[in-house]
Design a protein around this ligand. Structure first.
Ligand code: NAD
Length: 259
């Protein structure tokens, strides 16, 4: 997809690691100018450097916590002033939280909803508004999860946050269609990133984690699905303006079952 996004400004949140990093680099290879946002400043800088090496005509690192509305407002102002209006926004930043409903506290729920849901709301509101005001279209990608439509005892808070992101994306897609702004919800199954090696399975005992991974492997031949393949799906979804995109074999099967 070399040069397919030439001249476009792409902003990716959670770009310091995993799917966000891979997505920022894929857009860089496709010729886009890239803004790599992460709450981890050093990780954002590393991604921006890699993006330049990957071929982005320009790449910048910005530090922000997406759950903080004022921080995202400040970021949107700065990006608008210094780099321009964002053509493609990828709301990817997210955190994992495992543990059954009665094993998780209200504070746990607030933390995961603050990042996974409110972070997406802030991004859509503050960058989407500027996109709409410009009047030249654009695209918003929200990284949800197969957990959005696949109930699990192990991940009620995480799954609830992602179900909300999926519905928000579909509602916003309808609202913005008339303005030429596409909205996509990307729903990966289990992808090989830091979230799945640590946070996602934290609190799930080792036996249960092994069982979940083995089940996925047995059913779908799943082995170490790389974040780079999710990035490819994201670029394709933007180019084709797809609405909901399950990524990984088990995410696709679960989507069919859920409908
Ligand atoms: P990751 O932990 O490798 O990367 C997440 C990045 O987001 C990190 O760099 C982290 O610093 C950043 N981040 C976290 N909270 C932030 C905040 N409040 N503000 C700004 N940056 C923040 O995880 P990943 O697997 O690449 O996850 C990316 C997205 O994909 C998440 O939304 C996650 O829920 C989703 N997802 C992941 C999987 C998977 O199996 N890995 C599956 C489905 C969905």
């Amino acid at each position: 997809h070399a040069e397919r996004f030439g001249g476009q400004l792409v902003l990716v949140t959670g770009a310091g690691s995993g799917i966000g990093r891979a997505t920022a680099l894929a857009f860089a290879q496709a010729g886009a100018r890239v803004v790599a946002v992460d709450r981890n400043a050093e990780a954002a800088v590393r991604t921006a450097e890699s993006a330049r090496r990957a071929g982005a005509p320009a790449a910048w690192a910005e530090t922000a916590d997406v759950s903080d509305e004022q921080a995202v407002e400040k970021l949107a102002e700065k990006v608008g002033r210094e780099y321009g209006v964002v053509d493609v926004l990828v709301n990817n930043a997210g955190i994992g939280l495992s543990g059954s409903f009665f094993a998780t506290t209200s504070e746990d729920w607030r933390k995961v909803l603050d990042v996974n849901l409110w972070g997406v709301i802030h991004g859509c509101r503050l960058f989407g508004r500027r996109m709409a005001e410009r009047g030249q279209g654009g695209h918003i990608v929200n990284v949800a999860s197969a957990a959005a439509y696949q109930p699990s005892r192990a991940l009620p808070a995480y799954s609830t946050s992602k179900a909300a992101v999926l519905m928000l994306s579909e509602c916003l897609r309808a609202e913005l269609a008339g303005q030429g702004i596409g909205v996509t919800a990307v729903c990966p199954g289990i992808v090989n990133t830091a979230i799945t090696s640590t946070a996602h399975f934290a609190g799930v005992d080792a036996g249960e984690e092994k069982r979940l991974r083995q089940r996925a492997t047995r059913l779908y031949g799943l082995r170490n699905y790389p974040p780079e393949k999710v990035a490819v799906a994201i670029l394709r979804a933007v180019a084709r303006n797809e609405a909901v995109v399950p990524v990984t074999p088990e995410a696709r099967s679960a989507r069919v079952l859920a409908r």
